[in-house]
Design a protein around this ligand. Structure first.
Ligand code: UDX
Length: 457
């Protein structure tokens, strides 16, 4: 490195952060948003990332990108279940991450490495950080409600306190209202031990970190955050979401976002369009797709539907049912991937039919859009229940995908008084989010203390 740059780094005491996202869309987004925020605060950022699902460096010209091999073939990436993939990555990434980080430490082109920030599911980073004597901070990408639920269930089960009297899916679990048996987070894998191992390793790795960042805010999840704080004590919990609002313009999409839908939205009546997307990894059956299509067609509402390639189980792409296009040509758009936050912020969008991934849920709340909920697995079931029964800004489709129920639910959300009430409540939450981001707000102050903390390392 040229000497003048070295002197500049030393004089300015530039702090160099290394971030490591888990290579899935719902995890890459918040990590790169966090990197963008910290870069705006003067930190130099290196992203160490797997070859699989690697982010596009040209979207982040100020970051340094360092790829590492992960041993995953494309076939495995598409066929293994996500938790098995996380387990594999924890094994295959450790040595390459250690090597790359050691090289970064000895080559101080970007300033000495102050700290690493990794996705919490990468528990192997504890061993690497210990070996290289580097401080480590974690980013959790789910809701506080999900973490609080998981730790309550752990505690209740271990102490024999869970008073479930029957195992009917609709039965309430009295200790963790308003959750029902069927809302318990679903982390099933082909190997039942995978999740137990991952959860235990993750908890141990968390308790040895210097801090735990969450993509949520006090004005939404103060009760759940209190529970997580108690649970993770003495590790500082830094709730500084919604990260995407702090880092606007940072696009991390793995698929090409189709902006043509924005011009179409411009032509629609305010709050008339229902936007449908089930995130980056949920998939549905062909018959479900047909039920959705007919539910949309029969609802008579304008819609923007994201049908991601691969989102219909066992098919790269399937034809829409015969007659659907004629019936909806004037009022429907189907695209493969959307610029989602921009779509949700568009005045024509009045509802979001979602799988309740945490990013999607947060984006919907922060853009003031009420939801129709079809959770698929993981934390999504808890998120959906909170949307419908705690924040009361949406309703859940309880019986899967059936055209009659879909048609009825869309109308309730989009044109009935019930939907209007949800819209008012979600507007209040949107305002709470804005206050949290302002100077003096909880997320703003959390960010400031995170910056001070890293500077002090
Ligand atoms: C997953 C889990 O579902 C989620 O619950 C977990 O907390 C993180 O990982 P995913 O299923 O992809 O993520 O859902 P979600 O968390 O909602 O993330 C999807 C992201 O992709 C969002 O940030 C959304 O804005 C973006 N997106 C989605 C697009 O950019 N375009 C689209 O068309 C759809």
């Amino acid at each position: 490195m040229d000497e003048s740059k070295k002197v500049q780094i030393q004089e300015k005491k530039i702090h160099h952060l290394v971030i490591l996202p888990l290579p899935f869309q719902g995890h890459i987004n918040p990590m790169l948003q966090l990197g963008t925020i910290l870069h705006s605060k003067g930190f130099s950022i290196t992203v160490i990332h797997t070859h699989s699902n690697s982010p596009n460096p040209s979207n982040f010209p100020n970051f340094n990108f360092e790829p590492i091999p992960d041993g995953l073939s494309d076939h495995r990436l598409w066929t293994e279940d996500p938790l098995t993939l996380v387990s594999i990555l924890n094994d295959t990434c450790q040595a390459p991450f250690h090597d790359r980080l050691s090289r970064l430490i000895s080559d101080s082109q970007h300033g000495p490495v102050t700290c690493i920030i990794t996705d919490e599911l990468f528990h192997f980073t504890k061993a690497v950080a210990d070996q290289l004597k580097l401080p480590r901070i974690l980013l959790g990408t789910s809701s506080a409600a999900c973490y609080a639920t998981m730790s309550s269930l752990d505690f209740l089960q271990q102490n024999g306190l869970l008073s479930i009297t029957d195992c009917q899916p609709d039965s309430l679990i009295p200790e963790i209202p308003p959750l029902r048996i069927k809302d318990i987070p679903d982390f099933s894998t082909t190997d039942p031990d995978t999740f137990e191992r991952l959860w235990t390793n993750m908890k141990n790795a968390t308790m040895s970190s210097l801090g735990y960042i969450m993509n949520t805010f006090d004005g939404l999840e103060s009760t759940a955050l209190k529970k997580v704080r108690e649970d993770r004590h003495p590790i500082p919990l830094i709730a500084m979401g919604p990260l995407y609002k702090f880092s606007q313009g940072a696009s991390n999409s793995l698929l090409t976002q189709d902006y043509s839908c924005m011009a179409w939205l411009d032509k629609q009546v305010p709050q008339s369009v229902i936007y449908i997307s089930f995130g980056s990894s949920a998939s549905i059956d062909k018959t479900h797709m047909e039920e959705i299509a007919w539910g949309l067609a029969n609802s008579d509402q304008p819609f923007l539907w994201v049908l991601r390639p691969g989102s219909i189980s066992g098919h790269d792409w399937v034809e829409l049912p015969e007659g659907f296009e004629e019936k909806t040509r004037e009022r429907g758009q189907i695209i493969k991937w959307a610029p989602q936050p921009e779509v949700l912020a568009h005045p024509s969008v009045g509802g979001f039919w979602t799988h309740n991934g945490w990013n999607s849920t947060l984006e919907s709340i922060c853009e003031g859009v009420p939801m129709l909920c079809s959770p698929y697995l993981w934390d999504q079931k808890v998120n959906a229940r909170y949307v419908s029964h705690v924040w009361r800004v949406g309703m859940q489709l309880e019986n899967g995908f059936e055209r009659g129920e879909i048609e009825w639910a869309i109308r309730r959300l989009m044109v009935e008084i019930e939907g209007e009430e949800m819209r008012e409540r979600v507007h209040d939450l949107k305002e709470n989010a804005m206050h949290c981001l302002e100077k003096g707000g909880s997320s703003y102050e959390s960010l400031e203390s995170l910056v001070d903390f890293i500077m002090s390392l």
